[in-house]
Design a protein around this ligand. Structure first.
Ligand code: GDP
Ligand code: MN
Length: 398
């Protein structure tokens, strides 16, 4: 789960990381009022969306008067911000963060990520802050400092000092840098984060080390033990298809194609997507209904897949071990009757109670296309989809 910059800054600041003073606003009036409260005569207005690259996309504005703040916000609120990380559809701006602007001497990149090969938290830092890490590693790979944290002892002071020196920090700034690094590491490990990124971390004209930007992501599977983090979720920033699924306990990933997939098990889901591609189609989603799927759960999965307007054909692929093919078949029949849909549905069942499952499908009288092997199922669903397209039939009734 991702959170907003202002939320990440509040968390990090509780862990001893210094951040500029700032305040959140939900309207242009409120933003101007917040700026007056903050005082000073230069502010930065920052669109709060779950994506980086806001600066280049016009989502970060320097303002010198309250009127400029009002104008900047008037332009931002309600608009979709498209950055290189949002995809072409962009992300809606419903909150802005107003900060006192700070004079920047130096910009540093600082990231904490999970390094899968060492199975440790890795600190990635660079003296070339402000640029995206992808650009830094392409243009200035020599500037990148990497350091792996030993979980049994956490981030040691000497290790943090070493990073500070490698970044070429002046000795008088090293202690602040150590506090920043240790604060980020503590936040990362105490809160089950999967990523902490501060870009840029700046050295100000008056020798302070400040996190000017902050991004944090958290492990969804650990959110149950951090209710205070879980409640920071902002559904306005998520793919609505994925939030609807998460709310229903299904794991769903939206993709760009037209063939909806209802599968059990992540491995089979991936194999199904590959096979659809091999057969010349493009999957619209990745949906794992899990083991022990009841007819109700299967029906729920259908509704979810159909709520995606790009879906023009559906492939149900179940290998029943814990699942039972007859239950899945009942679910399919129930869903098709309820939803009255007129797009092709291909069902491939294998495993426990497969004969009963096939019987239920056959007896239903519904135009379900059946298949025995995965390849056959993929070819049929792609074939049916193409056929419908060439016939120009209306694709959906729901
Ligand atoms: P991002 O583009 O989404 O990563 O948003 P950032 O928060 O990193 O802001 C983009 C850029 O705006 C930063 O790299 C800074 O150069 C600039 N910026 C942000 N806050 C300040 C500030 O307080 N003072 C100055 N001078 N520049 C700022
Ligand atoms: Mn940034």
């Amino acid at each position: 789960m991702d959170i907003h910059e202002y939320q990440a800054k509040e968390i990090l600041s509780n862990f001893g990381v210094d951040v500029p003073s700032g305040a959140l606003a939900y309207s242009p009036e409120q933003a101007a009022y917040r700026a007056r409260e903050l005082g000073g005569d230069k502010w930065i207005v920052k669109a709060q969306v779950h994506a980086g690259g806001r600066g280049k996309a016009g989502g970060v504005k320097l303002c010198n008067t309250e009127n400029e703040i009002y104008q900047a916000c008037d332009d931002l609120f309600g608009r979709k911000l498209v950055t290189h990380q949002t995809g072409p559809e962009g992300k809606g701006i419903y909150r802005v963060y107003v900060e006192s602007a700070v004079p920047i001497d130096r910009e540093i990149y600082l990231g904490f990520v999970l390094d899968r090969s060492s199975q440790r938290v890795m600190i990635v830092a660079s003296s070339e802050g402000g640029m995206e890490i992808e650009d830094i590693s392409a243009d200035r790979p020599d500037s990148i400092v990497r350091s792996i944290v030993e979980p049994a002892v956490g981030l040691q002071e000497f290790q943090a000092r070493e990073i500070a020196f490698q970044l070429g920090l002046e000795p008088k700034l090293v202690q602040q840098m150590v506090r920043t690094l240790q604060g980020c590491y503590a936040a990362f490990s105490d809160l089950d984060a999967t990523m902490v990124e501060i870009n840029p971390l700046v050295i100000t004209g008056d020798d302070r080390v400040l996190a000017l930007d902050a991004k944090m992501s958290f492990d969804d599977n650990a959110l149950f033990r951090h209710p205070q983090i879980a409640e920071l979720r902002d559904k306005s920033q998520e793919d609505p298809r994925e939030s609807r699924a998460a709310d229903r306990g299904l794991s769903y990933v939206g993709l760009d194609g037209n063939i909806g997939c209802i599968v059990n098990g992540a491995g089979l889901a991936m194999a199904t997507m590959d096979t659809i591609k091999l057969a010349g189609g493009e999957p619209a989603n990745f949906l794992d209904i899990g083991g022990g799927a009841s007819p109700e759960r299967v029906a729920k999965a259908f509704r979810l897949v159909l709520s995606d307007n790009n879906v023009q054909a559906i492939l149900v692929n179940i290998f029943a071990g814990i699942n039972r093919c007859d239950w899945v078949a009942e679910g399919v029949v129930q869903a098709l009757k309820e939803l009255d849909l007129d797009l092709p549905v291909v069902v491939r069942l294998a495993g426990t109670n497969v004969e009963e499952g096939q019987k239920i499908l056959a007896k239903s009288g519904l135009p379900i296309i059946r298949a025995t092997t995965l390849m056959e199922a993929a070819e049929r669903v792609v074939g049916a989809w193409k056929n419908d397209l060439t016939q120009g039939t209306k694709m959906r009734a729901v």
